[in-house]
Design a protein around this ligand. Structure first.
Ligand SMILES: [Zn+2]
Length: 283
C-alpha cells in the first residue's frame, strides 16, 4: 500500500526497528522483496539507482514498482537513490517515485544545501527528501573494495554541521557517513559509534545507513537505537542473486532453456535475503 517513506521509518523507529531498503535494478528482484515484506508483515523500501532512472526503460521500471508498491498488502515506498541531477529527479517522481535522495555529498557544503533546496522547490512538499552529509566511499552499483579501482575514501559526517544542514535543507532523513561504505568492506567494517552518537543527539530526523552489506546484524540493531531508521542494502543482494544464477544456469539451459524456473531461483535468492534483512532490523 502507498505510504510516506518518512512515516514508515518513523513508526518503525518508535518500535526500536529500522526499515530495510533494497536496490532494484529489475522487476524480478522487486517482486521478491515485496513478497518477503508481505510474508513478514513489515514495510519495505524499493530503491532505484540514478543510472536506472536516467533511461526511458528505467522510468518504466519505476512506474512498474509504483504499481507493485500500491498493490502490496504492506506499506512500500519507492525511492530514487543518490540523485544529483534535478531533471532525473523530476522524471523519476513523475514516473512514480515518492521519495528522493538528493545527494550533494560530493559537493562543497553550501552547494550540497542548495541542491536539496532546489530539489524541494522543484518536487514540491509531498515528495520525501533524504539528504546526505559526508561522502561515502565506494561505488553504489559495482562492488569494488573501497580502496580499489581508484575510489577515494571519503570523509565522515561532521556532526558539528548537522543542525545547520538539517534546518537549512529541510530534509526529512539524513544519510550519514560513519565508517560505512558502498560495495565490499576491506576487512571488518569499523562503524564509528562515537560519530553516530554525536549526530543522533543533534537532530531528530531519522538517520540512514547506506552500504549495510557486510555490517553484522547486531551492529545494525544497535544503530536503530541511535535513530538509524533506514538501512540500505545492495551489494549482498546482488552477490546472492548472481551466485545463484551462476550455479543454476547450466542445469536450466540443459532443461530446455528453462528461464521460468531460473527466475524462480532468482526470486528465492532475493526473497531470502530480504526476509533475513527484515528479521535482522525488527525488534
Ligand atoms: Zn547509498
Amino acid at each position: 500500500m502507498r505510504t510516506r517513506l518518512d512515516q514508515l521509518v518513523t513508526s518503525a523507529l518508535q518500535q526500536g526497528s529500522a526499515v530495510p531498503a533494497f536496490t532494484c535494478y529489475d522487476f524480478t528482484t522487486a517482486l521478491a522483496v515485496v513478497g518477503a515484506a508481505e510474508e513478514s508483515g513489515r514495510g519495505v523500501i524499493l530503491l532505484v539507482a540514478p543510472k536506472t532512472a536516467a533511461t526511458p526503460n528505467g522510468l518504466r521500471l519505476i512506474a512498474a514498482l509504483r504499481g507493485l508498491a500500491d498493490a502490496a498488502s504492506v506499506p512500500v515506498a519507492v525511492q530514487l537513490d543518490h540523485a544529483s541531477d534535478l531533471a532525473v529527479m523530476a522524471d523519476a517522481v513523475a514516473a512514480g517515485a515518492d521519495s528522493v535522495l538528493a545527494d550533494g555529498s560530493s559537493l562543497p557544503y553550501e552547494d550540497n544545501i542548495a541542491l536539496v533546496r532546489n530539489a524541494r522547490a522543484l518536487l514540491g512538499p509531498d515528495v520525501v527528501l533524504e539528504a546526505e552529509l559526508g561522502g561515502l566511499a565506494g561505488d553504489e552499483d559495482r562492488a569494488f573494495g573501497a580502496d580499489e579501482a581508484g575510489v577515494s575514501v571519503a570523509g565522515l559526517t561532521d556532526s558539528a554541521q548537522v543542525e545547520d544542514f538539517v534546518s537549512r535543507t529541510g530534509a526529512g532523513l539524513l544519510a550519514v557517513a560513519v565508517g560505512n561504505v558502498h560495495g565490499k568492506y576491506k576487512g571488518e567494517p569499523q562503524l564509528r559509534w562515537d560519530v553516530l552518537q554525536d549526530i543522533a543527539v543533534r537532530t531528530h530526523i531519522p538517520l540512514v545507513l547506506h552500504g549495510a552489506s557486510g555490517i553484522p546484524a547486531e551492529e545494525l540493531v544497535k544503530a536503530a537505537s541511535m535513530n538509524v531508521g533506514k538501512v540500505n542494502f545492495n551489494t549482498e543482494l546482488r552477490t546472492g542473486v548472481l551466485a545463484t544464477l551462476q550455479e543454476q544456469l547450466p542445469a536450466h539451459r540443459a532443461d530446455g532453456e528453462n528461464l521460468q524456473a531460473l527466475l524462480g531461483h532468482w526470486n528465492r535468492s532475493a526473497g531470502g535475503f530480504a526476509t533475513a534483512a527484515l528479521g535482522m532490523l525488527t525488534r
